[in-house]
Write a protein that binds this ligand. Structure first.
Ligand code: SF4
Length: 216
């Protein structure tokens, strides 16, 4: 049974939202939920964690394709991977959901909040929280920390997973035949996922190969 979305309302009676997007599969449902509620929003793509560049370009292009389909403004921010690797120094062996991920969310949200401040967006949020692989409290903490640097900014902690959000995320990914990324994004998550696959006797990740299919 398909669960209906609830009508969304931005906090503080705000009139527009800057949505940090990590990729098309995660932001597809978030975008459609915002559109269904007639919320004015702009996509902010800032993900210098994604490695290698080929994977970054595919994820970004998929996100642009979906934004253009819905005529949603899309801000293509920097790919300053050197800064990301510099911040990750000493955390290379940290597990997923650990302190390297806190650093990674902080870096992405700091830039999102700065852009929001410079362009008068009172509310920011992120598609990152819709993934069941992620720790929502960790993401919300990072988002609220980034927003707290600006007096009139709020990080919207809406739970995109609820009321069927996680299910629709997959349905939309299949309908749109999005690129299906097989690891979180950084070089270390790629390494760890490949190590795990090798232990299980599975093939290593082939960048750029796997897409959701409408009939599966
Ligand atoms: S595992 Fe994911 S969230 Fe964590 S540091 Fe790597 S890309 Fe960032």
């Amino acid at each position: 049974m398909t669960v209906q979305r609830e009508t969304l309302v931005l906090p503080n009676e705000a009139d527009k939202l800057l949505l940090h997007s990590c990729c098309a599969p995660c932001s597809g449902e978030v975008m459609e939920a915002l559109i269904a509620s007639d919320i004015d929003f702009t996509i902010y793509f800032y993900n210098p964690n994604i490695h290698p560049k080929k994977e970054y370009d595919i994820r970004k292009d998929e996100n642009i394709r979906f934004a253009e389909k819905h005529e949603i403004p899309f801000v293509d921010a920097d790919y300053d991977k050197d800064e990301w690797f510099s911040r990750a120094k000493g955390m290379e062996m940290e597990p997923e959901r650990g302190i390297r991920c806190t650093m990674c969310f902080d870096m992405r949200f700091e830039r999102t909040a700065l852009y929001a401040h410079e362009h008068e967006f009172p509310i920011i949020s992120s598609s990152l929280g819709i993934s069941r692989w992620k720790n929502m409290d960790q993401i919300n903490d990072c988002g609220e920390r980034a927003a707290s640097h600006y007096p009139d900014m709020t990080y919207w902690t809406y739970n995109w997973r609820k009321m069927g959000g996680s299910t629709r995320m997959i349905e939309i990914s299949k309908r749109e035949e999005f690129y299906q990324q097989e690891y979180c994004g950084c070089a270390y998550s790629l390494r760890d996922t490949n190590d795990w696959r090798t232990q299980k006797g599975r093939e290593r990740i082939a960048i750029g190969e796997k897409y959701y299919q409408a009939d599966k």
